[in-house]
Design a binder for this molecule. Sequence first.
Ligand code: GLU
Length: 266
Amino acid sequence: VIVSRFAPAPTGHLHIGHVVNALHVWTMTRARGGTILLRIEDHDRQRSRPEFAASILDDLAWLGFDADAPPVRQSDRVAIYEDALRRLRSGGLVYACSCSRSEIAAEGAASDTELRYPGTCAARGLPEHAGYGLRVRLEATVERFVDLRHGPIEQTPSEQCGDLLVRDRYGQWTYQFAAAVDDLVQRVTLVIRGDDLLPSTGRQIQLARLLGRTTPPEFFHHALVMKTPTQKVSKSDNDTGVRELRAKGWKPEDVIDYAKSLIVGR
Ligand code: GLU
């Protein structure tokens, strides 16, 4: 049985990029007779707001994107993340880390595209306490998967990002950890999301394996919606928000047609 999910972060209103993602999720999953879950990814307490979550859910319903279960919120799932953390810890895979982002940047160990954690605290045996982050020791393995659009992909998370942050210095669960745990616990078998998250896939596959997942989900990474050939649609744009389009008198089908026009030919 196919289980997919739509997993917006409530850090802004629903915009046309979300609608394109939702179209992919609903079309592909329904075509395979699958189930769709809604997950509000409010792991970032600084940037997430309940009113954005409410407006996202309202716009989705207005557009006719119906999920098969009530939405879940990551902020309600602390016990689930604690439990996953315990399992990693009992395998000796977790360590406390006192490094700030700027300290990591100053180590100069950045790989070509992103900041790689060089393992500064890996053998320090710091106590776990408030003010320290928690990291999971990654294996130096190559993660291989077949993306349903891109074909075979190889990624080496230990070289891309180094030991993964699970909980940050402010006690917040990270996106990588929360998403991998949720996809495991919610038995998600099909992940459909934008190309911007392609580099995250190998590390989420590995994290899930360390937590005991034997079969990773299938992945489909679609092209991002561009406003112009070089400019991504962003949450701060005020001309691509479903709110704004609704206020201008657009009907749900107009918004859907607009989103479809952005997919055609890609
Ligand atoms: N919450 C992520 C976002 O809004 C999506 C996560 C995912 O699909 O894995 O970009």
